[in-house]
Design a binder for this molecule. Sequence first.
Ligand code: DX5
Ligand code: ZN
Length: 218
Amino acid sequence: MGHLQITPSILNADFGKLADEVARIPGADWIHVDVMDNHFVPNLTFGPTMVEALARSTETPLDAHLMIDDADRNAPAYVEAGCGSVTFHVEAAKAPVRLAREIRAAGARASMALKPATPIEPYEDLLPELDMLLIMTVEPGFGGQRFLDLCLPKIRRARALMDKHGIETWLQVDGGVSLDTIERCAEAGADVFVAGSAVFSADDPDAMVAALRAKAEE
Ligand code: DX5
Ligand code: ZN
């Protein structure tokens, strides 16, 4: 497996000083930005204008996780805002193949997310169109939720499908990832780890990023 990556989510950071919060985690590979529209999920965060301002304030690439309806129409704005990776939910996309191709053509990594109850099997043939697959390990909407172990078999099955196709799609997990759960995810085949509350509730967020990386590599 390739290099493991740690992607802190700013959802539980202080929104009043996001640039400072991001500066506290220089060891992060990506910054995960959770975009919520109060329709696809029952929570509301920020849109492309704020993401664009954050992109200008850091050298670390942004990993947008769009928890929004009508992904087909709304996702391209996040490539334009400067995100290096854009993840849409398959449950919110009418034409996921076309959308993934559009994101790639616009110059970002294309990624698709699955909620805990969404199976991977119907999307097997779509995997080569993706740079990353996100398997949610909580129901999307809020930080600080408990990790759902029931998602681990799907991570394993997704990794097996990628191996079968001989592709190196990154496999991201998001939700409840901590020092207690990250090894299980890595063992199942994940290689990109989102961690929100684990990082931003730590006294030293950058040391937590390093500790998570060490645990995942064990
Ligand atoms: C939840 C978001 C996550 C969230 C993770 O819907 O997609 O990225 O910030 O937070 P933790 O790590 O606290 O579960
Ligand atoms: Zn997320």
